[in-house]
Design a binder for this molecule. Sequence first.
Ligand code: ZN
Ligand code: ZN
Length: 287
Amino acid sequence: MNEYQIKYIQLKKRYEKSGGNAEDVQALYEYKDYLEEQEALEAKWVLVDVCETLELYKTAYEILRPLVSRSDKKALKRLGKLQSFQKQGDIFALHRPRGGSERERQAKILEKLPFFKYHPNPLETKAFLEDDNPVECECCRKPTKIYYSGPFYSVDEIHKLCPECISSGKAAQEYDGEFQDEASVEDGVVDNNKLDELIHRTPGYSGWQQEYWRSHCGDYCAFVGYVGYRELKQMDIVEEVLEDPVLDSWGDDKDEILECMVNGGGVQGYLFKCLHCGRYLLWADCD
Ligand SMILES: [Zn+2]
Ligand SMILES: [Zn+2]
């Protein structure tokens, strides 16, 4: 066994023993950063293992592909398995608890984009997709490498919008469309400008069912992302979301329902954060 494998096995054991707490996930991510900088071939193979453990299937597939030779049946089988997973991309991977190169990369891109207070990181939530070959915004017709392809309720079928046309309200106006159904938002917000910003000037998210937007402290919340029980546990907010009276409608079994929630699974969680008191709030639906 080489030094890279030994270190990986140590980290994986710690991760499995703790049931995936934030520290151990972070350590795996930091080891991934380290391995990415190594030239040695052994390091690349271990990098595939680390990515698989973190459920970064698309990344794992892309790293493994050039390493596999036609005669290596075992590696080919593994590549085939990863190929079937990689279509779902890295979206359901374990969340990185803190910072890291991907977060820094996103922050640099976000600096140049309009800020959406109700959906602050649309790159992380994949509401905004990235393409090295610019696509044409269907509203302003300008080329854009970052585009929105999420829910947009309008008569015309619109698939690609640039961030600027969302932020300015131009897309909503031009197509008489909405990014979020105004009937499907939580009560408690009296300011109509806030509703206007949410439904006409904020990128939406994709739910299994009709999307629902949470509110708190008299304002709409920020959409943080797609979560399961595992993600809530890593963020250490299981208790906090369970205290929410809205979840009482789940009945006495709400703890168990929450434990069954898997990101990308049949019971899907959508996490929001109050812009005023900072509380995390959950919404969930089923396929
Ligand atoms: Zn545009
Ligand atoms: Zn609040």
